[in-house]
Design a protein around this ligand. Sequence first.
Ligand SMILES: NC(=O)c1ccc[n+]([C@@H]2O[C@H](COP(=O)([O-])OP(=O)(O)OC[C@H]3O[C@@H](n4cnc5c(N)ncnc54)[C@H](OP(=O)(O)O)[C@@H]3O)[C@@H](O)[C@H]2O)c1
Length: 192
Amino acid sequence: MKKVGVLGSGVVGRTLADGFEKRGYEVMLGTSNPKKLLDWQSGTNGKVGSFTRAADFGDLIVLAVKGVAAQDIVAQVKVGISDKLVLDVTNPLSEEKSKDGIRKFFTNEDESLMEKLQELVPEAHFVKAFNYFDSKAMVNSAKSKAQIMNICGNEDGAKAEAKEILAQFGFKSKDLGKVEAAREIEQMAISL
Ligand SMILES: NC(=O)c1ccc[n+]([C@@H]2O[C@H](COP(=O)([O-])OP(=O)(O)OC[C@H]3O[C@@H](n4cnc5c(N)ncnc54)[C@H](OP(=O)(O)O)[C@@H]3O)[C@@H](O)[C@H]2O)c1
């Protein structure tokens, strides 16, 4: 059975963890605060561990932490995610208040969060995915307005693996290119 380490205990981490479990994967959810997940754990076979343990556990990784914390957390799990597919669901949302309903990013248009993460751990195979979909739609494509998901990343093998996984979740994938295409895909989350 394939193992997935889901880094992130928020609604996205929990929803995707459930989604992977339903599709036959063995799941460990990573958090710095396992008590937060007692409720989640009681309704599932999923395991809970630190970010590092969950990264070591997974054959593939889902990164679903708060954007402002992503670089610190990825630096912590560097060894565990090396040579693995990392489905990057994060968005570079700033902690500044949104203005007129428009959310603010801490990146500018010439950069993306995924480029920063890829630079931090060149050995990991980051693929942007799921980041501009509502969490419920991520695991139930019938509830999604779009059935095609834009992805990008440097490693062709990792993108092929990501495409197979997205197909299991009911999505077709459109490959927009290398890591720099994350600038466009992260911007798509601004209206989420
Ligand atoms: N919500 C959505 O519908 C949606 C849709 C698409 C993409 N996304 C993206 O997916 C990621 C996860 O979103 P989310 O809504 O599930 O949860 P979130 O609140 O953005 O993130 C929660 C996770 O981030 C970690 N974290 C680290 N430092 C933090 C800090 N200073 N404040 C809060 N959390 C911190 C938490 O750690 P602990 O486990 O240790 O508490 C937890 O695991 C984000 O990057 C978001 O932009 C969200």
